[in-house]
Design a protein around this ligand. Structure first.
Ligand code: ATP
Ligand code: MG
Length: 432
């Protein structure tokens, strides 16, 4: 049997309820903040990611899926969303004449990594990109929005880690002093770290290797290499976060894995996910559009990994599907044609229904209605058909009513009221 590709998973109906819950919650919060959704293609030119994320990063060096199409184009499956959106901003001139853009997206990303809990080869990110402002207020608001969404989704024990990696010049200066420092320990370093000294120096800072962390304990500090402007920006971001009542911790070793960041970088972690503990990562990227051949446009954003978020959310809440309002059961199969008259009325009122066309006995159909936890079973038996009527049976109270189709239409407002009441208490339940 053919199976799905390693690290790429089907999302089945039982799980999709949680995806819809996440999408709807994020949509509400981001729409409130006047963000608009954007959808870009999954396939882009390879060069887009080489020029933005950087050739010496893990993503481009080891993880990216590349392909050559029949026209010999060098393409890649997108490993993240930010580069594609920067391309779209430039291509469609969305930020010309100093316009700002507040955009959000949710979609699949691809990275060739070792699959494990919270790490797939096709995974999904929800992200925002805010273009057009250099103000530290924006940094704080963007971080606030990530926190709002995670908090609203009941994610437990969240911790925001914050750092500033300064501007390009400051970072280059820091990289030089870090390199110099690490040269003193060169005989103590593993080959992978030695390779990073020249290709991706900053990334050594967030190494999980304890031996490396020991060596780094006396290393020069990034913060000491920031000059007045970057320092002020970073302090302002912290002040605005405090004004928004957002708690954070400073982590001077947080650098993030992509080349395009400058100044503010942050991650949101949780203690509930084991090794894959980062749910959200983001920061400022004021030079990304310039790196892609356009003007530099100030920007800030983040990405949340949906699969990791799901692991958290599914532990906290149970989301049920909406209830079936009408289960339509017929005594003889040919009565189904009569039932069809009801569908336009039901659809007009968006009341969820199931029309039983199994041809099984009426008793069996009513058992199924109970099993599916429908609110009302509509029964079309020989008597009903003879009198051009229908019978409604409320399955919880066993109350029963026989009426004409016009009578049914008159009952609809009352039914909607009952239905909404039942619905609101059932869809989302907190697990204690
Ligand atoms: P990690 O250090 O865990 O590999 P990252 O720094 O590569 O993460 P980003 O590029 O910042 O991750 O992506 C943002 C978020 O997307 C991550 O915090 C994580 O939640 C999620 N994510 C990244 N890679 C994967 C993956 N392979 N599978 C599932 N989720 C992922
Ligand atoms: Mg990674």
């Amino acid at each position: 049997m053919i199976q799905s590709v390693r690290g790429m998973h089907d999302i089945l109906p039982d799980e999709i309820k949680y995806w819809q819950y996440i999408y709807n919650t994020a949509f509400k919060i981001l729409d409130t903040a006047n963000y608009q959704e954007i959808r870009t293609p999954i396939v882009e030119s390879q060069s887009l990611f080489l020029r933005s994320i950087g050739e010496n990063t893990d993503i481009v060096g080891k993880e990216i899926y590349t392909l050559i199409d029949r026209g010999q184009r060098e393409l890649a499956l997108r490993p993240e969303g930010t580069a594609s959106i920067a391309r779209a901003i430039l291509e469609h001139k969305l930020c010309d004449q100093g316009k700002t853009q507040k955009l959000w997206y949710l979609g699949p990303m691809f990275r060739y990594e070792r699959p494990q809990q919270g790490r797939q080869r096709q995974f999904h990110q929800l992200g925002i990109e805010c273009y057009g402002s250099q103000s530290p207020v924006l940094d704080a608001e963007v971080i606030y929005l990530a926190y709002r969404i995670l908090d609203q989704l009941n994610c437990p024990s969240l911790c925001i880690e914050l750092n500033s990696i300064g501007n390009n010049a400051e970072r280059t200066r820091y990289e030089n002093s870090l390199r110099e420092y690490l040269q003193m320990y060169i005989n103590d370093l593993d080959p992978e770290t030695i390779q990073k000294i020249n290709s991706n120096t900053l990334r050594i800072l967030d190494s999980k290797n304890l031996h490396i962390q020991n060596i780094l304990s006396e290393a020069p500090n990034l913060e000491d290499h920031l000059q007045i402007e970057s320092k002020k920006h970073f302090e302002d971001v912290q002040q605005y976060l405090q004004d928004l009542n957002i708690k954070f911790t400073l982590n001077s070793k947080l650098v993030r894995g992509l080349d395009y960041y400058n100044n503010t970088v942050f991650e949101i972690k949780t203690q509930e996910l084991g090794a894959q503990d980062t749910v959200c990562g983001g920061g400022r990227y004021d030079n990304l559009t310039k790196q892609l051949g356009g003007n530099a446009i100030h920007a800030m954003g983040w990405g949340i990994g949906i699969e990791r978020l799901l692991l958290l959310v599914q532990n906290q809440v149970s989301v049920s599907s909406t209830k079936i309002c009408f289960y339509i059961a017929t005594q003889r199969h040919e009565y189904v044609t009569y039932a069809l008259n009801l569908l336009p009325i039901i659809h007009k009122n968006s009341l969820k229904y199931e029309l039983d066309i199994s041809g099984r006995s009426l008793k069996k159909q009513m058992q199924k209605a109970n099993k599916q936890d429908a609110m009302i079973c509509i029964i079309l038996g020989a008597e009903e058909i003879a009198q051009e009527k229908i019978t409604l049976k409320w399955l919880d109270t066993h109350k029963q009513k026989t009426c004409s189709i016009e009578g049914f239409m008159e009952l609809i407002p009352e039914i909607i009221k009952d239905y909404n009441h039942l619905q609101s208490s059932k869809i989302l339940e907190l697990k204690t």
